[in-house]
Design a protein around this ligand. Structure first.
Ligand code: ADP
Ligand code: MG
Ligand code: ZN
Length: 648
């Protein structure tokens, strides 16, 4: 692992200790001289004491250097100060008083002292503990630990992360390798007049490996590497963040050449004056300080600032101006080759069964981030371990994929037989439409096993990663959306419709609206954009922009959306009425096997057998519908096509 350097001794801490010590000592002294450690009893003047001895009313006495205590004959206790009186002893003898010598009341005194100082010690201990806590949270640093930067210096030790651990994002990697090159040999670049960037901003969605990449730089660069998270700058107290920034840059300058990594910079770098509610003065000050510092050193001074964010859109534009984060490195979600390489990295130390084809796994996981794939490989290993296997087989990868994609499988959720049948028809409907309607992605898998929040799932996989969708693909997908609902309607009738299709309907509506309002796919409305950028609401500026759209246009949009949706519905209905026999067959197979691959589904509707045990398989029984047999079921939304890129 990479080590964090221990914070240096803290002067403030030391002075706290010294002062506490002094206070304690003063307290002790005060107790020693000022306190009255005497037990109860009347205090007599020495003359009174003598008089009492002479009249015979003193029973016994304890003598110490300057005090005498004792008991009177009536049982009362007394105390008196002793004047230097050489005749005292003979006086006591004369009157038959029992006496004894006694050292100064030492044990009593210490006991007393301890009891008295206990609350003080307690307060000290609590104070010390709280202080330690503050220290720990602020990660060291000087005076009060507040104004100091929390940047941690990573040093390389065994187990460091290298560029080899980062797979599938080669372009981003190369750009950063260049930076590392510079730091290793600055003259190589400056000799040729090359301008070295001051800062690089890693941009990419969560889990794509930005932090990993930065740590790899730390492992490779061979120069000091300071890392800090943007949220470390954001404090309750105004001004603290700014002074931390200042301190961090001072530290960096002392250690140049070096790299400073600010993770999640959006925490500080947000658009100034943005955000709903009042502005955040503290954050603005911090951001201003950051800008000032970045302007304050020369590009060739040997400090490179690397920052990471998954929200570049919310960053203050000033941060992105030349001379600051002048280089943006996009860290994309990996494509199929990238996913393969990432899977290879994360299965390097895992024993794989011969039937595992990582390329197939990669093909089946479009849209997965590096973190998702790492998670997948780990889940597969856990599943194999749970089953007591020594090798991780293809099955485990399939199961792990479903788990990562859809949340944990819920085999325990009991479904009634009627519910299961209805789900079988619903999913079979989706599957059939995807098989028979051209331009849909190939059917990958259909299941009626509940997963996560979904009752059943039908999903399709694009052959390649897809970055856009054509109009015919979108129309095919609309039909696919309605396959489930139409199948249920055909089998059970209009009265038995249930809530299970709400997610399908939402997907279809969203897609149809986008076709009309964003993609210019309606002739009547033309190639115009009718929609505001919805994201901006979250940024705080333009909370509600006036919809400058006539009522007429709005109605036209509604009509067009409805037309497109209904086209999809009709297409699905056509396919399913044409292939009603196949619907019964596929639903029957689903009831029997619960999960079918795309290939198995195609075999079923061709009237072929499914061979699961290697005995040639048995013929599939078609499931015949019974009108009116579908009970009222409250079904949760049921997504399908879980792997198709969202929003396309
Ligand atoms: P980010 O900072 O972009 O949100 P991280 O760097 O924290 O993502 O990635 C989380 C984990 O996912 C990493 O620790 C690593 O295990 C895995 N990972 C992400 N991207 C990659 C990649 N390109 N190659 C290998 N592993 C990756
Ligand atoms: Mg990160
Ligand atoms: Zn559905």
């Amino acid at each position: 692992m990479q080590d964090d350097k221990e914070p240096q001794a803290n002067p403030w801490m030391k002075s706290v200790m010294v002062w506490s010590g002094i206070l304690l000592a003063m307290f002790l002294v005060a107790s020693l001289f000022g306190g009255n450690p005497q037990s109860a009893g009347t205090t007599l003047a020495y003359s009174e004491f003598r008089a009492k001895v002479e009249e015979g009313s003193v029973k016994e006495a304890m003598l110490s250097e300057n005090r005498v205590t004792g008991t009177l004959s009536n049982g009362d206790r007394f105390t008196a100060n002793v004047v230097n009186d050489p005749q005292l002893l003979s006086l006591l003898n004369e009157h038959g008083v029992k006496y004894d010598g006694k050292p100064e009341e030492q044990p009593n005194f210490w006991m007393y002292l301890l009891v008295q100082s206990l609350p003080f010690l307690l307060i000290m201990a609590v104070g010390f503990f709280v202080f330690r806590q503050v220290q720990k949270n602020s990660g060291g640093g000087g005076a009060m630990g507040f104004g100091k930067s929390r940047a941690k210096m990573l040093t390389q030790k065994e187990g460091r992360i290298t560029f080899d651990d980062v797979a599938g994002i080669d372009e981003a990697r190369e750009e950063l390798e260049e930076i590392v090159e510079f730091l290793k040999d600055p003259t190589k670049f400056s000799r040729l007049g090359g301008q070295i960037p001051k800062g690089a901003l890693l941009v990419g969605s969560p889990g794509t490996g930005k932090t990993l990449l930065a740590r790899a730089i730390a492992g490779e660069a061979g120069v000091p590497f300071f890392t800090i998270s943007g949220s470390d700058f954001v404090e309750m107290f105004v001004g603290v963040g700014a002074s931390r920034v200042r301190d961090m840059f001072e530290q960096a300058k002392r250690n140049a050449p070096c790299i400073v990594f600010i993770d999640e910079i959006d925490a500080v770098g947000r658009h100034r004056g943005a955000g709903l509610g009042n502005g955040n003065d503290e954050r603005e000050q911090t951001l201003n300080q950051l800008l000032v510092e970045m302007d304050g050193f020369e590009a060739n001074e040997g400090i490179i600032i690397v920052a990471a964010t998954n929200r570049p859109d919310v960053l203050d534009p000033a941060l992105l101006r030349p001379g600051r984060f002048d280089r943006q490195v996009v860290v994309p979600r990996p494509d199929i080759e990238g996913r393969l390489k990432i899977l290879e990295v994360h299965t390097k130390k895992k024993p794989l069964a011969p039937d595992v084809d990582l390329r197939r796994v990669a093909r089946g996981t479009p849209g997965f981030s590096g973190a998702d794939l790492a998670n997948l490989a780990n889940e597969a290993a856990l599943l194999a371990a749970r089953k007591g296997k020594r090798l991780i087989a293809s099955n485990e990868f399939e199961e792990a994929k479903d788990k990562v994609m859809m949340g944990a499988e819920r085999r325990s959720m009991a479904m009634t037989e009627d519910e299961k049948k209805a789900t079988a028809y619903h999913e079979a409907g989706h599957a059939l439409v995807s098989i028979h309607v051209e331009h849909n992605d190939p059917l990958h898998k259909v299941t009626i096993i509940p997963r996560g929040r979904a009752l059943g799932v039908t999903w399709n996989l694009p052959e390649r990663d897809r970055y856009s969708m054509s109009m015919k693909q979108m129309k095919a997908r609309l039909a696919l959306c309605f396959g489930g609902r139409i199948a249920e309607q055909l089998i059970y009738g209009e009265d038995e419709l249930n809530t299970g299709a709400s997610n399908d309907i939402q997907q279809a509506t969203d897609m149809a609206r986008s076709m009309v309002m964003e993609y210019g796919m309606s002739e009547k409305l033309g190639w115009l954009r009718y929609r505001d950028n919805q994201d901006e609401v979250f940024l705080g500026h333009s909370v509600s922009r006036a919809q400058n759209m006539s009522e007429e246009t709005a109605r036209l949009i509604d009509d067009e959306v409805r037309r497109i949706v209904e086209e999809g519905e009709n297409r699905a209905r056509q396919v399913l009425t044409d292939h009603l026999d196949q619907l019964h067959l596929l639903a029957g197979a689903l009831l029997e096997y619960e999960t079918l691959s795309g290939e198995e589904s195609r075999r079923v509707i061709a009237g072929e057998t499914i061979d699961r045990d290697g005995d040639g398989g048995k013929p599939v029984q078609p499931l015949q519908g019974h009108a009116g047999s579908l009970p009222q079921i409250k079904r949760k939304p049921r997504p399908f096509g879980g792997t198709t890129p969202q929003g396309a």
